[in-house]
Design a protein around this ligand. Sequence first.
Ligand SMILES: Cc1cc2nc3c(=O)[nH]c(=O)nc-3n(C[C@H](O)[C@H](O)[C@H](O)COP(=O)(O)O)c2cc1C
Length: 371
Amino acid sequence: MTHPHPINSGNAMKLGIMAFNCSGGSTVTTAPEAWPMTWADNVKLAKLADDAGFEALLPVGRWKGYGGPSNFNNSTFESFTWAAGIAAVTERIAVCATIHAPLAHPVMAAKQAATIDHISGGRFVLNVVCGWFREEFEMFAAEWRDHDRRYEYAAEWLALARKAWTETEPFDFNGEFFTGKAIWSEPKPLQGGGLQIMNAGSSPTGQRFSAENCDMNFVMLRQKDEASDRSQIAGLKTMAVNAGRKSQCWIHGYVVCRGTQAEADAYLHRYVEDFGDDEAVGNMLSIFGMESETLEPAVMDAFRFHFKAGHGGYPLVGTPAKIVDDVVRLRAMGVDGILLSWLDYLGEAQQWVDEVLPLMEAAGLRSPHSP
Ligand SMILES: Cc1cc2nc3c(=O)[nH]c(=O)nc-3n(C[C@H](O)[C@H](O)[C@H](O)COP(=O)(O)O)c2cc1C
């Protein structure tokens, strides 16, 4: 078994890659180099990150696209089967799967997760999400609860899954949402005492759920000013500590790295402004704005750009040196890890490994890694 778990590596800034199980990845654009998403490319990218010593690979749980000319995220590999396959072809990196808690019974999901933990040798992470895309729930005729009620449901869902991972005798469960008799699940995950759990809730209720129940928490930095981003991170970590947990705070970052700042800016402008899919992003933002309680109207315009450029992530745009300066600043703000995405994942991830990673090591953000 991998010990310690990859997300607990000693690196001051951990790295992962996200959303490459989805067509378009994290970039809402019709640019010709947008990620077409094939299994062969998924394997190549996962191995590249594994060899480079990255900590995590995260698939997005998505069931339909957002329309528009790109029909962004229309084609997606289901995340548990994706994780099982990726676990089998990697050796060191954490492999995550994303579960929409209201769309799968926790006893079923607990066993699927334990199975992938065995396939991966103890490198699995479960990303528990509550959902915000109502049309996806309509596909399943699943109940669409009020925002905060979804998190109450997820807390009970996770409590039941955790019992299945740890109880050594059959147990009855009598909750508000779930009941079951003589529940039994073997094998237990290889990670003793349950599994590493991630959640990226960004509303106040979502952040509380994440801090109180999960190991990997996320913030969506509003980027209005550094002080408020810092206090968002500190608040999340304090909530976790008060709940008796040790929290890691991660963000999602989209990357455009070029030899000069002007080249990076021009490339970003091209795929966001010339080729950006305003219709798809408009659909996404109207759903996200209505159903999550994250983005206040004042930041919506800036976030329209960030959603086209990288699904609302934090911009890492410029030369390798400028990007590493940004990462140093993020570390100082309390960020523990970044899930990266690029327009052309394969080519640009390789560039990160060749040009950015050595500078991160020189800056003390990561230890040198030999494949
Ligand atoms: C890194 C990251 C990964 C996420 N993955 C998914 C996902 O796979 N599926 C999904 O429906 N939502 C996903 N979300 C959305 C969050 O789970 C959450 O619903 C959203 O940030 C809104 O916050 P709220 O639920 O607290 O309102 C993700 C968010 C982030 C930042």
